[in-house]
Write a protein that binds this ligand. Sequence first.
Ligand code: HEM
Length: 280
Amino acid sequence: MAMEGYWRFLALLGSALLVGFLSVIFTLVWVLHYREGLGWDGSALEFNWHPVLVVTGFVFIQGIGTGTSWGVSKFLMNIHAGYNAIAAILQLIALVAVFENTTCLNNIPMYSLHSWVGLIHVIWYCFTLLSGFFIFLLPWARLSLRAFLMPIHVYSGLVIFGTVIATALMGVTEKLIFSLRNPAYSTFPPEGVFVNTLGLLILVFGALIFWIVTRPQWKRPKEPNSTILQPDGGTEQGARGSMPAYSGNNMDKSDSELNNEVAARKRNLALDEAGQRSTM
Ligand code: HEM
């Protein structure tokens, strides 16, 4: 089934990919050109993996994963799940890099708002990823449970992504304030201006992804030949056969009976949506 504004969807997704990719490049240039580079020895070089991996994993890959969750096909739904799995692995390494560098080796406690929000984000992200895997990817969860949890899953995804953008902007600012002493951040040094531009790119990326995922017409459409499960285990076809045709002999069917059937059908459609969107 053709999606409304398909080319606009592709153009926006392409722009988001471009801006997200630029953010990753800017982060790499920042640590390789302005900072000392990358390494894994407990020094500042190890810390530098933190921005590189979180911008690549949390912001870019997870953002595209969120954007494609709204997209057109089951294929994109698979990409959604795959992207989030890759993002999770990168994030884990990014956190090890910063934990070793601050809490473990230098005894710096998690005092900042950035680290608090970052930790809450990580815990919530893992929970959403695991529940998505067990409830929506594996086949054993009941349709009613999926239907109940789907809006929460979608809402969590949006809040998590918004939190990532906010956490990244806080982290970038914090790092600039810590590192830029002479010349100070307040005097517009080239590194400050460059990294502020990185922050703006991250913001624009977030705004594009939010626009994509909040367009109702870009929700994944139902499959044309879908089978709707009935509460008694029957199918939509079966139910349709038992539905009255509102004409001829059936004109005497009472309104309340019809309303009940319409309501039941609507409930089943909602269940179907939850089931389908979960069939990754
Ligand atoms: C976007 C996702 C991000 C998340 C979820 C995140 C998460 C965290 C966490 C949990 C900590 C605490 C680790 C500890 O103290 O042991 C931390 C520390 C830190 N992060 Fe991030 N971070 C993110 C992005 C960034 C970015 C882009 C930067 C830019 C360089 C950054 C800079 C820092 C700095 C300087 C610290 C050490 C100081 C502190 O604890 O606040 N973070 N981050």
